[in-house]
Design a protein around this ligand. Structure first.
Ligand code: ADP
Length: 176
């Protein structure tokens, strides 16, 4: 059984991610989408929420599972018996970092291959941070995220917006 892992922060999952996951599911027997935990970042969605959003978007793919990984990917891959990490590449700018990570992961787990998949041209500009930015200003993100999670994204960011507006209103005005 050939098992691949699609790792990422998925904060939140976008149509670009889903395209890579779908294409990987055609090449491998099982694809595990691993939501990675980065202690240096404060995500908009908790790790449990992100796993649930991924699960909902991928439930129609019979050979895709959602999970989280809070340690080294190289160890996680060993534990899951995976032979490959599948990463999407949007532009040359993604490459340098991904190339370095692929070499490090190879060093840590020599049996693990990193497979790079070129983005579909429709999604080459798309990132979770762009989604967060547009949604943060109340913009329409329906063309960026899967329909199954649109409501979650819209409501999370409208709640954040009203909290920020409230804070702005309470801030005392300065007089000089
Ligand atoms: P983001 O950069 O959107 O925050 P993640 O850290 O969650 O993404 O990335 C997980 C993986 O998905 C990475 O390999 C990343 O290059 C890939 N990826 C993200 N967005 C796209 C896209 N629009 N097309 C192809 N691959 C993508």
């Amino acid at each position: 059984m050939r098992i691949a892992i699609c790792p990422g922060s998925f904060d939140p999952i976008t149509l670009g991610h889903l395209d890579i996951i779908r294409r990987a599911s055609l090449l491998f027997d099982l694809v595990i989408v691993a939501v990675t935990v980065n202690p240096n970042k404060t995500p908009s969605f908790s790790v449990e929420e992100r796993v649930e959003l991924v699960r909902r978007c991928t439930e129609s793919f019979s050979n895709v599972q959602a999970d989280c990984c809070d340690g080294l990917l190289a160890d996680y891959a060993k534990e899951k018996n995976a032979c490959a990490l599948v990463k999407g590449l949007r532009a040359v700018t993604d490459f340098e970092y991904e190339f370095q990570m692929a070499l490090i992961n190879k060093q840590l787990n020599p049996e693990l291959e990193t497979v790079f998949m070129t983005t579909s041209s429709a999604y080459m500009y798309l990132s979770s941070s762009a989604v967060r930015q547009v949604a943060g200003y109340g913009g329409d993100v329906s063309q960026f995220v899967p329909p199954q999670i649109l409501e979650d994204v819209v409501s999370r960011f409208s709640a954040e917006r009203s909290q920020n507006n409230e804070r702005e209103c309470k801030r005392p005005t300065q007089h000089d």
